[in-house]
Design a protein around this ligand. Structure first.
Ligand code: IPD
Ligand code: CA
Length: 271
């Protein structure tokens, strides 16, 4: 059996991310407790992060037993097919903890030699499910990006973008205090030059928002692969330019997504 098409992989990504999104939103207790912390005391895990990742792993193992898995909570499980699923069981965990509605389940599948890494992988398909908003974002490499909601499914296409002074720019901050100090310094320089900034708290949805023109750009340093793999493909397939801060491939060292016209201007402003 050959490799499935990106479109077949997209459908599976949507299916499993939808199931996890249902679990996470229906199962949210009135008061969410912190189950554990990770890189810093503000980097939290809830019981639902773990349950959602278990559901994703079980479903993906059943459908694609030879594929590898890389998830935020349980790490890397190598496979033998050359494909690896890169999953964030809840992106926007802090929003979820506080009852803010911006959170998502992010599922991507990448082709890679050895352990999947953003500098070498090829993202084939992805889905970002926003259960509170009732929106499913998805993309298949070379085939486009789509938003599905109660009104149906429509293809996404990113406009070139406004001039810098009219740009609404999303960003995010890591959990490490030293990195945050650097990020605050960048914000202090950028904020006077743009329309406004947004800190939505969910990297995957920031990228989908670029794809839909709900923000003009998004940038962040220090993302994990599962935060951006699916959203990167949605934004890219919708026509956004997505690079690091030097114009090279995006990764944990930097990610900037914007329309073709705005991207070089923001790149210069962020240098
Ligand atoms: C975080 C969110 C946030 C971004 C952080 C991510 P998590 O992911 O995407 O918006 O600014 O860098 O770590 O921890 O909620 O899965
Ligand atoms: Ca997460």
């Amino acid at each position: 059996m050959g490799e499935p098409t990106p479109e077949q992989l997209r459908l599976l990504a949507v299916e499993v991310a939808t199931a996890a999104g249902d679990l996470v939103s229906r199962g949210r207790p009135d008061r969410v407790e912190v189950a554990a912390t990770k890189s810093s005391p503000t980097d939290v895990v809830t019981a639902m992060d773990t349950a959602s990742e278990q559901l994703l792993r079980e479903r993906l193992r059943a459908a694609r037993p030879a594929d590898g898995l890389l998830g935020e909570e349980e790490g890397h499980e190598p496979g033998s097919s050359g494909l690896t699923w890169v999953v964030d069981p809840i992106d926007g965990t802090v929003n979820y903890l506080y009852g803010l509605r911006s959170y998502a389940v992010s599922v991507a599948v990448v082709r890679s030699d050895g352990a999947p890494h953003p500098s070498t992988w090829t993202v084939l398909a992805g889905a970002v499910v926003d259960p509170s908003g009732g929106e499913t974002w998805s993309a298949a490499r070379g085939c486009g990006a789509w938003l599905t909601d109660a009104r149906g499914t429509r293809a996404l296409s990113v406009p070139s973008g406004p001039e810098l002074g009219q740009a609404l720019v999303a960003t995010g901050f890591g959990y490490d205090a030293r990195r945050r100090a650097e990020q605050a310094a960048v914000v202090a320089r950028l904020l006077p030059r743009v329309r406004d900034l947004r800190r939505i708290g969910t990297a995957s949805l920031d990228l989908c928002s670029v794809a839909a023109g709900r923000v003009d750009a998004y940038y962040e340093r220090g993302l994990n692969p599962w935060d951006f793999a699916a959203g990167w493909l949605v934004a890219s397939e919708a026509g956004a330019v997505v690079t690091d801060f030097a114009g090279g491939p995006a990764g944990d060292h930097g990610l900037l997504a914007a329309g073709r016209g705005l991207h070089p201007v923001l790149l210069e402003a962020l240098r």
